[in-house]
Write a protein that binds this ligand. Structure first.
Ligand code: MG
Length: 307
């Protein structure tokens, strides 16, 4: 069976207020990916939000909302801004080309459309878009554990904080630290230390099921989990469950005063984001709770009490 070319997996959205133009473009691109279309800017933005296409072919001259405005709105939305936008226009002046690129488009197609040129440029931009997405993915991951890294976590925390503030709903955070990890490294060596970090990362990921939850390596032997739409009671249950999952895995730790195996301490915090608090408060509270869990004997989850 012949394998599909990689671009067949791409999703391409055509936004144009002319049905004839949509028909023409879909015909030209029909074997290059899944083709979606919308006949207005507003409908196009909605579809882009739902389906996250890799590439949008966007008509400049449209009623109600023109292509420049559609492009600006898509580029201002962190969920959609990675998608590549190519303008399609009948005004092929240098000014309109500059305006298109300044609005955030990657390229510009002039009408009348030439099928081989359109196909070649679309192929190039799909390839570039994939390479960029792969790079972004790499930049967000921790090399050792494969979890998200701290940079990505900080971005998601800021984003979720604002989202929960708008909605008035509770956001929780768990800081997780491997107990007596330095003693583990000293006794078993750094290679075993790395293997231990990987194993604990796997266990945390396995115990964290909801797709909106973000599991990241915060640094050293410290991990962090962002728990959207979670109140203090559910966060506490999650923390206790996590400690149990790590303990039952029973990875030997001969130098731990806590148990004969690897254990973790968990610091939790939960808040409804508002004007009086910030994402930094959330991190500071969880960190304080983690310190309390350590002081109280480790291998436990402690929820921060308001100061
Ligand atoms: Mg038009």
């Amino acid at each position: 069976m012949p394998t599909k070319p990689p671009e067949a997996q791409s999703t391409i959205l055509i936004i144009d207020d002319s049905v004839d133009a949509i028909r023409l473009l879909s015909g030209i691109l029909k074997d290059m990916g899944q083709i979606l279309f919308a006949t207005s800017g507003a409908a196009g933005i909605e579809l882009a939000q739902q389906r996250r296409p890799q590439l949008i072919l966007l008509d400049v001259e449209m009623q109600a909302m023109d292509g420049y405005e559609v492009c600006r709105r898509i580029k201002a939305d962190s969920d959609m801004r990675d998608c590549a936008i190519m303008f399609v226009t009948a005004q092929s002046t240098m000014d309109s080309e500059v305006a298109a690129l300044e609005a955030g488009a990657v390229d510009f197609l002039s009408k009348p459309l030439n099928a081989p040129v359109v196909r070649a440029r679309v192929r190039t931009h799909l390839k570039l878009q994939r390479a960029t997405a792969a790079l972004m993915q790499l930049a967000n991951k921790d090399g050792l554990t494969g979890l998200f890294n701290r940079r990505y976590f900080d971005e998601q925390l800021a984003r979720e904080f604002l989202r929960h503030k708008r909605q008035g709903l509770p956001l929780s955070l768990a800081f997780i630290d491997i107990d007596c990890f330095k003693a583990y490294n000293d006794h078993y060596g750094h290679q075993s230390g790395d293997a231990c970090l990987k194993r604990v990362a796997e266990l945390i990921e396995g115990a964290t099921q909801r797709p909106s939850e973000v599991v990241a390596r915060y640094g050293g032997e410290e991990f962090v989990v962002l728990l959207p739409y979670t109140d203090a009671a559910d966060a506490a249950k999650y923390g206790a469950w996590l400690c149990e999952q790590i303990a039952v895995d029973a990875l030997a730790h001969a130098r731990s005063p806590v148990a004969a195996h690897i254990t973790v301490s968990v610091g939790l915090t939960s808040m409804v984001p508002g004007e009086a608090n910030s994402a930094l408060n959330l991190v500071a509270d969880a960190d304080r709770a983690l310190y309390q869990a350590k002081s109280a004997g480790r291998n436990r989850a402690v929820t921060a009490t308001p100061l």
